[in-house]
Design a protein around this ligand. Structure first.
Ligand code: NAD
Length: 241
C-alpha cells in the first residue's frame, strides 16, 4: 500500500493535466449512501428497487411515490464535503487537476471549492417547473409537501438524469475532451456499472490510469495502478504536495 501511495504521489508531482472521474463512493464518507455497497441503497428494503423508482417512466406514472423515495433517500441537506472532495479542490487550486467529472448529484465538489465540475447526472440543487421552467432550489423541494409544485401549478422536476433519460450532450463532449487530454486519470468511488457514464474512461489514452475503490471493478485489469481503500484517506495522503 505504501508503495502504491508513493507511486500515486510521484505521478501527481509529474502531471499537470489530471482529471478525476468519480461516483457515489466519493460521498459515502459524507454520510450519503452509495447504490451498491452493502450499506448502500440497494441493500435496503423497498417495494421497488431504486433503479425502478428513479426512472423516467416511474416518475411520470407515480410522481407522489417517486418524490416520497427521492426526498427520503436521495436528499442529504446536511451533508458536507469530506477529505476526498477537499483534496480534489486543493489539487485544482494548485494547478494540477483540470476537472472533476462526477456521476454524483449532491453538489459536494462545488461546496468543497472545486471550480470545474462536470455533473453527468445533474444536481439536486437545480429544480425546474415542467410547465413554465421557473427555477427552484433544493430548500424549496425539501420543504414542499408531497409533489413540489410551481406557483403556476406545474410539477417541479429535479435536474437529475433519471434512468431511461439521456445525458446532456454538451457535458459528455466536454468530459470526453478532458479525459482525452489528461496526463493522468484518477477514477474513484464508482462501481463503473452505470452506462454511458462508465464508458467515458475508455477515452483515456495515457499510461497513468489510477483506480481507487473499496471493491474490485471490471476495469481493474486495464488500470496502471489499483488502490483498494477509502478514497478520502488515499486522496488526503497524496494531495498535500
Ligand atoms: P455505486 O454505488 O454503483 O458504486 C460505488 C462504489 O464506490 C462501490 O464500488 C464501492 O465499493 C465504492 N465505495 C464506497 N465508498 C467508498 C469509499 N469511501 N472509498 C472508496 N470506494 C468507495 O456508485 P456509482 O458507480 O456512482 O453509480 C451509482 C449511480 O447512482 C450514479 O449514477 C450516481 O448518480 C447515483 N448516486 C449518486 C449519489 C450521490 O450523489 N452522492 C449517491 C448514490 C447514488
Amino acid at each position: 500500500m505504501e508503495e502504491k501511495l508513493r507511486q500515486l504521489r510521484d505521478w501527481i508531482l509529474e502531471c499537470g493535466s489530471i482529471v478525476f472521474f468519480g461516483g457515489a463512493g466519493v460521498s459515502t464518507e459524507s454520510g450519503i449512501p452509495d447504490f451498491r455497497s452493502v450499506d448502500g441503497l440497494y441493500s435496503q428494503q423497498y417495494k421497488y428497487p431504486p433503479e425502478t423508482i428513479i426512472s423516467h417512466s416511474f416518475y411520470i406514472r407515480y410522481p407522489e411515490e417517486f418524490y416520497r423515495f427521492y426526498k427520503d433517500r436521495m436528499l442529504y441537506v446536511n451533508a458536507r464535503p469530506n477529505a476526498a472532495h477537499r483534496a480534489l479542490a486543493r489539487l485544482e487550486a494548485k494547478g494540477k487537476l483540470r476537472a472533476v467529472i462526477t456521476q454524483n448529484i449532491d453538489g459536494l465538489h462545488q461546496m468543497a471549492g472545486s471550480k470545474e465540475v462536470l455533473e453527468l447526472h445533474g444536481s439536486v440543487h437545480r429544480n425546474y417547473c415542467t410547465r413554465c421552467k421557473a427555477f427552484y432550489d433544493l430548500d424549496y423541494v425539501v420543504k414542499s409537501e408531497g409533489i413540489p409544485r410551481c406557483s403556476c401549478g406545474g410539477m417541479i422536476k429535479p435536474d437529475v438524469v433519471l434512468y431511461q433519460e439521456g445525458l446532456d450532450d454538451r457535458i459528455i463532449r466536454k468530459a470526453v475532451a478532458y479525459i482525452r487530454n489528461a496526463d493522468m486519470l484518477i477514477v474513484g468511488g464508482t462501481s463503473l456499472v452505470v452506462y454511458p457514464a462508465a464508458g467515458l474512461i475508455d477515452y483515456y489514452r495515457g499510461n497513468r490510469l489510477v483506480l481507487i475503490n473499496k471493491e474490485a471493478t471490471s476495469k481493474d485489469s486495464q488500470a496502471d495502478l489499483v488502490i483498494s481503500g477509502s478514497i478520502g484517506a488515499v486522496l488526503e495522503t497524496v494531495a498535500g504536495i
